[in-house]
Design a protein around this ligand. Structure first.
Ligand code: NAD
Length: 450
């Protein structure tokens, strides 16, 4: 990476105490042009390497990251606020595992196959612009960058300006791992100037974006101008549906844990809990008890389960939604607007009951620790409510009858569904149990995601 043209910097503050934890250079559009140019220049040589050679560099990167596991967990806890115990497992553990897997994939993948008398070559698309959010910063970066490098693409990464520190750690690691110069380029900047300069650069061959739905729409529109390929991973408002015979205790506890993971700042968080009307009172009291264990606290303390939200802006957006929930007439079961002592961006773990499925808190992604319990009459109504938002990212179904749960799951219009708490990539939801647990994943066939 060369030196930046921009002279500004981003100061990253710890969201639990507002003290600075790092400074990074703020890029400008001229830096984007330089970075894309470097990636374009490096493409011919990198794409000509074998999968085996690329896999060896990725494996070395995985080893180096492994050696810095604790640094990564501490760094991300300090910039995002996720409690350290979960940060070790998820913020550090998942990306390290993913680098190992992509290394293996690069080494073993067959980039050439035959079909009848045709020779089919899988070739790298070119320069990939990777634009990522702040909530799982290194994991989101890894899911794009490791995959692109394994395929033989070169990369320009624009991580979120809110949490860019782990991307710099990764840049150091990739250099030490022997990645040739120009193959990976890092630029930090805001979305409107730097992000859009990247998206509209004609030498970018593919954009891989993860973030909010509003920005995803904007990127898709801008990319259309150059007919640049786009992969979008956007927001969610995922429903956990407890069928009449579901294990209420496990289902409610599991959903509360999944909803409040990382302070609710998880795209696949289960933020709507659908329960039969007849079981509402019982579900409500289990949820209130489970939520009471999420006491806001210092994220570096091993006992803390609920850290601060990432920023002042995020805190205000979430409090605004809690206010809307109260105004909508939903029952406030836990949490609410009461401020938390101290300077950090803390919000109380909040549960609303008897939420109107058409209300804002049931329809919009809040991205904070807010769970909406919604009652339904019969399964058809439950399905209509579950499918009745503009999102479709994740979901969950609970029933003692696996076939019944499967039937319901396949009718849910969402990409990944856990049945009876099947482990997902995000949350250690599966507990020892006799109830069958598995995940259903659906994906449109023409939807690549690097
Ligand atoms: P965001 O959309 O505000 O920002 C994401 C990235 O896009 C950042 O790097 C930002 O600088 C950049 N950006 C913003 N405006 C841009 C523009 N006009 N052009 C180009 N780039 C631009 O999202 P966020 O607040 O960082 O993250 C939270 C969102 O991400 C939530 O909606 C969450 O659901 C979503 N998310 C989705 C997944 C998934 O896998 N589906 C995973 C994690 C987060």
């Amino acid at each position: 990476m060369g030196s930046p043209e921009g002279t500004g910097e981003f100061v990253i503050a710890n969201p639990s105490n507002l003290k600075p934890v790092g400074r990074v250079p703020a890029g400008i559009p001229a830096d984007v042009a330089k970075a894309v140019n470097a990636a374009h220049g490096a493409f011919a040589e990198w794409s000509a390497t074998s999968g085996f050679e690329r896999g060896a560099i990725l494996a070395r990167a995985a080893e180096l990251l492994e050696g810095r596991r604790e640094d990564i967990a501490q760094l991300i806890t300090n910039e995002v606020g996720m409690p350290i115990k979960m940060s070790r497992a998820i913020q550090a553990g998942l990306p390290i595992e993913a680098w190992k897997r992509y290394a293996e994939r690069a080494r073993t993948h067959n980039f050439e196959t035959r079909l009848a008398n045709s020779r089919i070559l899988e070739v790298p698309v070119g320069v990939v612009a990777c634009i990522t959010p702040w909530n799982y910063p290194l994991h989101q970066v890894t899911a794009k960058v490791a995959a692109a490098l394994a395929a033989g693409c070169t990369v320009v990464l624009k991580p979120s300006e809110v949490a860019p520190l782990s991307a710099f750690l990764l840049a150091e690691v990739l250099e030490q791992a022997g990645l040739p110069s120009g193959v990976f380029n890092l630029i930090v900047g805001d979305g409107e100037s730097v992000g859009e300069a990247l998206v509209t650069n004609p030498e970018v061959d593919m954009i891989s974006f993860t973030g909010s739905t509003a920005v995803g729409k904007r990127i898709a529109r801008l990319a259309a101008e150059n007919l640049t390929r786009v992969s979008l991973e956007l927001g969610g408002k995922s429903a956990a549906v407890i069928l009449e015979d579901g294990d209420l205790e496990r289902a409610v506890k599991n959903t509360v844990n999944a909803c409040f993971l990382n302070g609710g700042q998880t795209c696949s968080a289960l933020t709507r809990l659908l329960v039969p009307e007849s079981r509402y009172e019982q579900a409500k009291s289990i949820a209130a008890k489970a939520a009471s264990r999420f006491v806001p606290g210092d994220p570096v303390d091993d006992q803390t389960r609920l850290g601060p939200l990432v920023s002042e802006r995020q805190k205000h957006m979430v409090l605004d939604y809690i206010g809307k929930g109260i105004d909508s007439g939903a029952e406030l079961v836990a949490g609410g607007l009461e401020p938390v002592d101290g300077p950090g961006h803390f919000v109380r773990a909040t549960v609303f009951g008897r939420v109107d499925p058409a209300s804002d808190i049931a329809q919009e992604e809040i991205f904070g620790p807010v769970l909406s319990i919604i009652c339904y009459g019969d399964e058809d109504e439950a399905l209509a409510i579950a499918n009745g938002t503009r999102y479709g990212l994740a979901g969950a179904v609970w029933s003692l009858d696996e076939a019944r749960a499967q039937d319901f799951a396949v009718r849910m219009e969402t990409g990944q569904i856990d049945i009876n708490g099947a482990p997902s990539i995000w949350t250690p939801r599966s507990a020892a149990s006799d109830t069958p647990a598995m995940a259903v994943k659906t994906a449109p066939l023409d939807c690549p995601n690097s």
